[in-house]
Design a protein around this ligand. Structure first.
Ligand SMILES: Cc1cc2nc3c(=O)[nH]c(=O)nc-3n(C[C@H](O)[C@H](O)[C@H](O)COP(=O)(O)OP(=O)(O)OC[C@H]3O[C@@H](n4cnc5c(N)ncnc54)[C@H](O)[C@@H]3O)c2cc1C
Length: 306
């Protein structure tokens, strides 16, 4: 039998939105818990330098998230990391969240599950496919990598990989042009250690034993394919909302985001949303913490009204 824990508010996701909601919930004397499927910090953990978070002109993403976590911990809000939510029932007055370890019950839930990278779909699975240069780049010093994507993230992360000592980068974009800022494109493609191909996609990966040896690439305009010897692949194809857990219960937009109202409430009473999962024009750390603030204060108002 799994233990049953009772809370005022369950916060799903421990990124900036979820952690801020936890801080505000604690300050409102609510008994809250943060359930995080990975480690706290969310997408910011994979951001090398954050230069637009007020009070820190420039700070390493992981450091900023560590400080946010310490702030949350100072209120003794319990945080369950690497926990897998197996069942979620948001429809009743009492919401139920079942993880692999326990059952959590509360009258309010804040959905702060953010977004996750669009995966690279290839027939051959491979352990050397990554979505974060900061997290996984170091072992590729002196090696050759393929970077998928032609936006700012792909170019910025490629420059970071070069700073780690990666020997050569092949960067591919399926569209006819790259979308990164011109100066960033020049820095990377003028480095002498990187080449870029537009109208190009990965058809498959060639693996020997457990190790990646090459990527099979295709020019989508001409149909020509070729084999590129690489030791690793870094994928920056954009983000999609992490809504799998609640997509059958909460109203979503066509693109899969939660259309929250100005107090961050959803279509279900007692269920609020915050951060990148919300349908909104700008997804930044500041907007995520703002949403987390409003969501927690709305939970407080919702619970006190009952
Ligand atoms: C490459 C990149 C660079 C960026 N750089 C900047 C920048 O410089 N400045 C800036 O302001 N913004 C930046 N952003 C945007 C910023 O990272 C996001 O707006 C912000 O992280 C959103 O916070 P969040 O808490 O809503 O979501 P996230 O940070 O995505 O956190 C969501 C959390 O929920 C967890 N989760 C997901 N599903 C579940 C589940 N089922 N159960 C439990 N937990 C779950 C995830 O593991 C994650 O920890 C960048 C984004 C990217 C992709």
């Amino acid at each position: 039998m799994k233990p049953v824990h009772h809370y005022d508010c369950i916060i799903l996701g421990g990124g900036p939105a979820g952690m801020t909601a936890g801080i505000y919930a604690a300050r409102a004397k609510l008994k809250a818990v943060v359930l995080e499927s990975n480690i706290t910090g969310g997408l910011v953990n994979s951001t090398y330098t954050v230069e637009n978070y007020p009070s820190y002109p420039s700070i390493h993403g992981m450091e900023l998230m560590q400080r946010m976590r310490e702030h949350l911990d100072s209120f003794e809000v319990p945080v369950e990391e690497v926990c897998e939510v197996e069942r979620l029932d948001l429809t009743g007055v009492v919401k139920v969240v079942e993880t692999d370890e326990a059952i959590y019950q509360a009258r309010a839930v804040i959905l702060a599950t953010g977004r996750k990278p669009v995966p690279l779909e290839t027939p051959t699975p491979c352990d050397q496919v990554h979505h974060c240069a900061i997290c996984d780049g170091a072992p590729y010093a002196g090696k050759r990598v393929l970077v998928c994507g032609g936006g700012n993230s792909a170019f910025d992360e490629s420059l970071y990989l070069l700073s780690l000592g990666v020997a050569h980068i092949t960067l591919i974009e399926i569209m006819p042009r790259f979308f990164a800022a011109a100066a960033t494109q020049e820095s990377l493609l003028g480095s002498g250690k990187a080449e870029g191909h537009t109208e190009t996609r990965v058809v498959d990966l060639e693996v020997a034993g457990d190790l990646l040896v090459a990527a099979i690439l295709e020019n989508v305009a001409t149909g020509k394919t070729w084999r590129e010897e690489v030791d690793g692949v870094f994928v920056f194809l954009g983000q999609r909302p992490s809504n799998e857990l609640f997509k059958d219960q909460v109203t979503l937009t066509e693109a899969g985001y939660v259309p929250a109202t100005s107090d961050m409430s959803t279509n279900l009473p007692g269920v609020f949303a915050a951060g990148d999962i919300v349908d909104k024009p700008f997804r930044q750390i500041t907007t995520a913490v703002a949403d987390g603030t409003v969501a927690a204060l709305s939970v407080e108002r919702f619970l006190r009204a009952r």
